[in-house]
Every structure is written in structure tokens, then in C-alpha cells.
Design a protein around this ligand. Structure first.
Ligand code: ADP
Ligand code: ADP
Ligand code: ZN
Length: 212
């Protein structure tokens, strides 16, 4: 099973990806997590990606496609995968289609739709784990112990690009560059639209139901 989670920043992709991957018994990758891992290790790729991420714009396609294709290349991913945050441009979607052409292509694209005002509430209160990148929310999904990740004990922090100044730009970039993918996958016939406004539990159940 090969699944894409598509949706604006704050829609709940990261929150739901872990649950779906577990349910389907496949691995998952989040392009944003891969970039932040590189930033944390201070790699050349990390330094390049940071210069775009801090401004709320997309990392160029050539760099992003190479990063995700390297991840997809490993034998672990042959059973299937959940992709969170990739593709985000038509160029990325086409590149993904090309590499999967002999592997049956993508099975499902889950578009998690959430109104803009709610996205802003979610992003403003988001904190993530510095180590495993699990997302939390100060009101909607706080860690059991303030400031500490439930899963790994890592420190939770606010992403630089979740500050109000950058969030507006990221939403603008989503509508311009990523939203066209909704029609791209609708035409391809594998799009499922999910109302992402309910509780984390409700949205998770709707996603699992739509995958079955
Ligand atoms: P969100 O939680 O808002 O969906 P991500 O963690 O997925 O954010 O992405 C954070 C940033 O990383 C993006 O604003 C962008 O700069 C970069 N990024 C992540 N995925 C991609 C991608 N597929 N293409 C280009 N840039 C990306
Ligand atoms: P994305 O990966 O799409 O950017 P996240 O999964 O990181 O989104 O979620 C964004 C923020 O909203 C996080 O703080 C998360 O805890 C919170 N969140 C996710 N889903 C819901 C939901 N259904 N209701 C309320 N808050 C949510
Ligand atoms: Zn953690």
C-alpha cells in the first residue's frame, strides 16, 4: 500500500502519519522531518534547506526530489509507505509517478482539508520533539509532562517556521504551489478527501475508514 498525505501546513499530516503507517504495517517519511534531521546534523543539505524553510518557501524541487528518492530507494520501502509532505509541487508529483510506474503507482492520496482559521490555531500552538519530531499542541494534544516528549523523552520546542510571521507565507505557498495537486490526483482517480476539522481521534478514524 502506497499512500500520500496531502494537506496544508497544520492539517494533521504528521499527527496521523504514524497511526496510518502502523495500521498498514509500512514505513513512513516526512520530507520536513528529513530536512530538519539534516539541519540538526548541520549537513550541507541541511544548511541549504534551512535558508528556504526559515522564509516559509519550498526547498527547490531538484534537492527535494533527490532526498525523497534516496529514501524510497531502500528495500524497506518495497512493501509500501506513507509519505507526509511530499509531493508539494507538480514537478515532485510527476517525478514520483515516474519512479513508481513499474511498481503499481500510488494507491491512495488522502487530502486532509481544514479551514484556514483552524490551521492558524493549530500552527500557533504546535510544539515538536527535537529528537523524534512527534508533533504536540499546547491545548489540543499536550505531552503528558510539560516540555517532554511522551515517546522518547526528548525536549519539545516550537519550530522557527511556526512563528506567526512565517505561517502566513507558508499558507500562501500551499495555495499557490501545492493545492493544484488536489486536482492532479483527483484526475488520476486516487484522491480521497477527508474533513480534517474534528478531533485527532475523529480524523484518524475517518482516514482509516477511507483506506479500507
Ligand atoms: P508542515 O508541517 O507545515 O506541513 P513540513 O515540516 O512538512 O511542514 O515542512 C517544513 C518546510 O520544509 C516547508 O515549509 C518547506 O520549506 C520544506 N519542505 C518540506 N517538504 C517539502 C517538499 N516536499 N518540497 C519543498 N519543500 C519542502
Ligand atoms: P501537519 O503535519 O499537517 O503540518 P501536524 O500533524 O503537525 O500537521 O498538526 C499541526 C498541529 O495541530 C499540531 O500541534 C497537532 O498537535 C495539532 N493537531 C493535529 N490534528 C489535530 C486535530 N484533529 N485537532 C486539533 N489539533 C490537531
Ligand atoms: Zn520524541
Amino acid at each position: 500500500m502506497k499512500v500520500i498525505l496531502l494537506g496544508p501546513p497544520g492539517a494533521g499530516k504528521g499527527t496521523q502519519a504514524a497511526r496510518i503507517a502502523e495500521k498498514l504495517q509500512v514505513t513512513r517519511a516526512a520530507s520536513g522531518d528529513l530536512f530538519r534531521g539534516n539541519i540538526r546534523n548541520n549537513t550541507e543539505l541541511g544548511r541549504l534547506a534551512k535558508s528556504y524553510m526559515d522564509r516559509g518557501v519550498l526547498v527547490p524541487d531538484d534537492v527535494t526530489i533527490r532526498l525523497v528518492m534516496d529514501w524510497l530507494d531502500s528495500p524497506e520501502q518495497s512493501k509500501g509507505f506513507v509519505l507526509d509532505g511530499f509531493p508539494r509541487t507538480l514537478g515532485q508529483a510527476e517525478a514520483l509517478d515516474r519512479v513508481l510506474v513499474d511498481k503499481g503507482g500510488i494507491n491512495r492520496v488522502m487530502y486532509i482539508n481544514v479551514p484556514e482559521a483552524e490551521l492558524i490555531r493549530r500552527l500557533a500552538g504546535r510544539y515538536i520533539c527535537r529528537i523524534c519530531q512527534t508533533p504536540y499542541h499546547e491545548s489540543f494534544s499536550p505531552p503528558r509532562q510539560a516540555g517532554i516528549c511522551d515517546k522518547c523523552g526528548g525536549e519539545v520546542y516550537q519550530r522557527d517556521d511556526d512563528k506567526a510571521e512565517v505561517v502566513g507565507k507558508r499558507l500562501e505557498v500551499f495555495f499557490k504551489e501545492t493545492e493544484p495537486l488536489v486536482d492532479y490526483y483527483r484526475l488520476a482517480g486516487n484522491l480521497k478527501e477527508i474533513n480534517g476539522e474534528g478531533t485527532i481521534e475523529d480524523v484518524g478514524n475517518a482516514l482509516i475508514a477511507a483506506l479500507e
